[in-house]
Ligand binder design. Sequence first.
Ligand code: URP
Ligand code: ZN
Ligand code: ZN
Ligand code: ZN
Length: 461
Amino acid sequence: MLHVRGGTIVTAERTFRADILCGDDGRIAAIAPEIDTPAGCAVVEADGLLVMPGGIDPHTHMEMPFMGTVASEDFYTGTAAALAGGTTSIIDFVIPDAGTSLLEAWKAWRVKAEKAASDYSFHVAVTHWDDQVHRDMGTLVNECGVNSFKHFMAYKNALMVDDDVLLHSIRRAGELGALCTVHAENGDAVAYMQAQMLAEGRTGPDAHPASRPPVVEGEAAQRVIALAGLLDAPVYIVHVSTAEAAHAIADARMRGQRVYGEVLPQHLVFDDSVYSDPDWLTASRYVMSPPFRPKHHQHALWAGLTSGQLQTTATDHCCFCAGQKEKGRTNFTHIPNGVPGIEDRMSILWHHGVATGRLSAEEFVAITSTNTARIFNMLPRKGCIAVGADADLVLWDPQGTRTISARTHHQNVDYNIYEGMTVTGLARRTISAGRLVWDDGDLRATRGAGRYVERPALRPR
Ligand code: URP
Ligand code: ZN
Ligand code: ZN
Ligand code: ZN
């Protein structure tokens, strides 16, 4: 048992003073203004701290095989780093190899994730279409606790799906009460532009954003929204990085379509000037897709979050060390796409969102935890502070400051995109399933303590 004493609770709805008692079953047993500490119960002092639902990161790629290599962060190191930053659950992606069944891939990912230190769940990627995929989607939803599928409209000749696959999958997911999530970039246009760049002798990281300009994302977002509308099904667009995509989502929502959008903190903080760094390795470390954009797009993303037209924040945590980025030294199309960030998501959003007055503390909880739990059907187990909910809590110091660095972070990667930034707002303590796992610099993550979280179907149609 754990008694969280003296804190101020912040949920997506309200802020109030209360103690919390975490039971031995890892759930919240009581919430009251003053709780007498039961005999033998440990106490965690929360005086002066905000007690919020642990963060949920709905977009991570631990040990993901991608672009001829494997992401350096594994399920243990990545979830441990997450706990140090106040994130207590992740939803990672099962990516079936060409020709592998979705179900077999899901089983393989379950084994890889057994070492996780925090709770975890899975989206499963649909990378082709046939009867087996149709059947596997049913099994995954009805028997395996998967209620979301992922589609890449980019990465031609690798993960990309065409509109035909999208239509089949969106229809099938709709029947099952599952949600389709989409990486929206026009993969044909990207491949065409990449070839163009290389033909012009542009081989460095600065050609990366030039080969996938905002219109490439805007077109794909509009297209998948149109296809989902055609089938009267919901759709969730991951890593929205442009005004074009943000507006497409907002417009669709105003027409009554159920469209959701996810924002990554790095897209709120960096612009495309990072690709002009004269040091090749520094520039290549920012290579991810969609790329960082000219500044004015950041305004549209913030506006989407404050208006509620964009609902969630994630990291797309996908780590590649220097030796892996080097694969693209002479050809930017071979730089493994991906950046780290799971440990810093909450601090970056607090610093740039709440401390600047853009977001309230309640809105912060909504975009870091509760909205994700609602959209992906994890409420009331995750994303809220309620009796019976999992005791996943972050004790947040709104005034605490820290300077981010690869020298001190817990992520298993040799750089940090936020290197040298001093941020206000940090996870002072983190509680996962009722256990104190991060105590002001002391990381007590346990390999294998994380549990697989089943997410039931949303609304079968
Ligand atoms: O560059 C990225 N985002 N890498 C991970 C795969 C993806 O597109 O999400
Ligand atoms: Zn067909
Ligand atoms: Zn993506
Ligand atoms: Zn991703």
